[in-house]
Design a protein around this ligand. Structure first.
Ligand code: DAT
Ligand code: MG
Length: 149
């Protein structure tokens, strides 16, 4: 869609490794609009809901432990086809399959420490934004650069 939103999270390893600025910079430079951002220690309940589709996987409990091991940067970004474009910018789920130039391809090597989350569809983006953010935490604002992007 023309003005869709996506949910992105810098995972605990990305925060610990001080990759937040570098990651935010990539989405800013691409031309997307920041709509919400916060540093949060996610509860296990929130994370179990966030990763509900993976609940039967053998790595599920390890995934919840990792994701709750420290603060994450939760963000909402808006723009033309932002969901699909962000997934391309992230690279593959397994960093070993991620091309250089993608975030995972540039900053990590292990699937269990893959630095960043991005919604995989417009539908899951809507669910994830509602799960992680309250309406009052999302900003409506005019980006003055928008007519140049
Ligand atoms: P993605 O984060 O690319 O959307 P996913 O939704 O399939 O991937 O899985 C969510 C996270 O779970 C993923 O970022 C890292 C972890 N994960 C996926 N497959 C895994 C595996 N085989 N072993 C360990 N962790 C895995
Ligand atoms: Mg996913």
């Amino acid at each position: 869609g023309a003005n869709e939103c996506t949910f992105i999270a810098v995972k605990p390893d990305g925060v610990q490794r001080k990759l937040v600025g570098e990651i935010v910079r990539r989405f800013e430079r691409r031309g997307f609009k920041l709509v919400g951002l916060k540093l949060v220690k996610a509860s296990e309940n929130l994370l179990r809901e966030h990763y509900w589709d993976l609940r039967t996987k053998p790595f599920f409990s390890g995934l919840i432990m990792y994701m709750s091991s420290g603060p994450v940067i939760a963000m909402v970004w808006q723009g033309s086809d932002v969901v699909k474009t962000v997934r391309k910018m992230l690279g593959e789920t397994n960093p070993a399959d991620s091309l250089p130039g993608t975030i995972r391809g540039d900053y990590c090597v292990e699937v269990g420490r893959n630095v960043i989350h991005g919604s995989d569809s417009v539908e899951s983006a809507q669910k994830e934004i509602a799960l992680w953010f309250g309406q009052s935490e999302l900003q409506r604002w005019e980006q003055s650069s928008s007519r140049w992007i």
